[in-house]
Design a protein around this ligand. Structure first.
Ligand code: ATP
Ligand code: MG
Length: 426
């Protein structure tokens, strides 16, 4: 045998048993997005490298060291998308979706970043993202946050996530703050670690994000972003907070929350959890009023978020939220002999018609009765329906309960659909 080929490190298969969890989460995400009038958009996973360089920013972690960039056969530089917002804006501009109109959009799919794989951090991972275009007032910032809060409620994890909130202000206010921060950091250079010293020049606001306790201790005396907020942004932020208060959504103001992507201004937020260890940010987003224009469109205000589906599935699994997931099969059909097999075939089709949603697995490959019953048990099915020559003659089936201590019964063909309906309704 030749050596088996393995998947790429950090790029995971999602196997049966896991896929059911994903399906449940995805279903809730789709449902809630549609509850607020958002439409799905699907973008390609490969884009021109220039889109991300220009959209996300040259000196962000993503563009500097995380992108999967390659030349295709024509010599064009392409990149596997590391996130969805830039692609979504590109698509919106390209198809005239953003010009003089509002759009509420969502997407879901794989993203790619060359990071060190660990729990909650992978090289291919999946995001659900939601973007709203064309509205500059604070009500839409509040809407996307309120929508995200509903996701946690519907998934049953609202007690395990906390909303962190900040305002980055206008680009001008942030530039002033940036200057003040760089001055402060320069004065205290010797107290910074290498990473922070490097960021001080390339992307100084990211120093605020440092995980190093010594850097954090130093930052206590650093100038505060909130002290540099422009009047309009401060008012906008107040309006956002007022709406969250009205909706009963608790938040923690976090002056150091800056986000790693360059396109944000004003409102930024993250939903974080203590239940996942180091990779505790489940969902992150904010306002990005400059991006549409920066990517060649007409200036259009926008706000959105992206959440990591792996982290959400991990969170829910850790909280035992998937214990009620059922195996893939409700009913396993066993048949002995040619006539019975033919009857089983057409009856199974009739039952699938009559009871939408029922999951019937038909035994294939023949074999002895005991072997077929073993398969039935292994399938996880609740019942086995058994057909042999005598059943076919008498137009009834034998029903064997596989999970409950119940006597097997004999049931006329025409009563089976009712039994299956009851089985589904549990
Ligand atoms: P982090 O600080 O954890 O690196 P980020 O700021 O890079 O996150 P965003 O670009 O804002 O993350 O992406 C939004 C969400 O996507 C994150 O909050 C997280 O849930 C998820 N995510 C980001 N990168 C990864 C990854 N490599 N693997 C799994 N999930 C990820
Ligand atoms: Mg990251």
């Amino acid at each position: 045998m030749s050596k088996a080929i393995q998947a790429i490190r950090g790029m995971n298969d999602c196997l049966p048993g896991e896929t059911e969890k994903w399906q449940r989460v995805e279903q809730v995400l789709r449902k809630v997005a549609s509850n607020y009038g958002y439409s799905e958009i699907r973008m390609p996973v490969v884009e021109s490298t220039a889109l991300f360089k220009r959209g996300i920013g040259e000196v962000t972690d993503i563009v500097e060291k995380e992108m999967y960039t390659f030349e295709d056969r024509n010599g064009d530089s392409l990149t596997l998308r590391p996130e969805g917002t830039a692609s979504c804006v590109r698509a919106g501009n390209q198809h005239g979706l953003l010009y003089n109109q509002e759009q509420r959009l969502w997407y879901m799919g794989p993203m790619f970043r060359h990071e060190r794989p660990q729990k909650g951090r992978y090289r291919q991972f999946h995001q659900f993202g939601l973007e709203s275009f064309g509205i500059s007032s604070a009500d839409i910032d509040a809407e996307v946050i309120i929508l995200s809060a509903r996701l946690w409620r519907e998934l049953g994890v609202e007690e395990f996530v906390t909303l962190e909130l900040n305002s980055l202000g206008s680009n001008e206010a942030r530039a002033d703050y940036r200057q003040a921060l760089v001055e402060f950091l320069t004065e205290h250079q010797e107290q910074l670690d290498d990473d922070s010293r490097r960021r001080m020049h390339s992307n100084p606001l990211r120093v605020l994000d440092s995980k190093n306790p010594e850097v954090q201790a130093l930052l206590v005396t650093a100038p505060k972003l909130s002290e540099y907020l422009d009047v309009e942004s401060a008012e906008h932020f107040q309006q956002v907070c007022k709406r969250l208060d009205a909706a009963g959504i608790a938040y923690r103001l976090n002056d150091k929350l800056v986000r790693g992507l360059d396109y944000y201004n004003r409102t930024v937020f993250e939903w974080v959890t203590d239940s996942l260890g180091a990779q505790g940010t489940v969902c992150a987003g904010g306002r990005y009023d400059g991006l549409v224009e920066q990517l060649g469109g007409k200036a259009t205000p926008a706000v959105g978020f992206a959440l990591g589906i792996e982290r959400l599935v991990l969170l829910l699994s850790g909280l035992d939220k998937f214990n009620d997931l059922r195996p893939a099969t409700d009913v396993y059909v066993v048949s002995m002999g040619d006539a019975a097999e033919m009857a089983a075939l057409s009856l199974s089709e009739q039952w699938r018609d009559a009871v939408p949603g029922i999951r019937i697995q038909s035994h294939c490959g023949g074999g002895k009765f005991q072997k077929q019953l073993k398969r039935a048990d292994k399938s996880g099915a609740e019942i086995a329906i058994i057909l042999g020559d005598s059943e076919v003659e008498q137009k009834n089936v034998t029903v064997k309960y596989l999970r409950q201590k119940k006597e097997q019964i004999s049931l006329p063909f025409e009563q089976v659909a009712e039994l299956l309906t009851n089985l589904l309704e549990g």
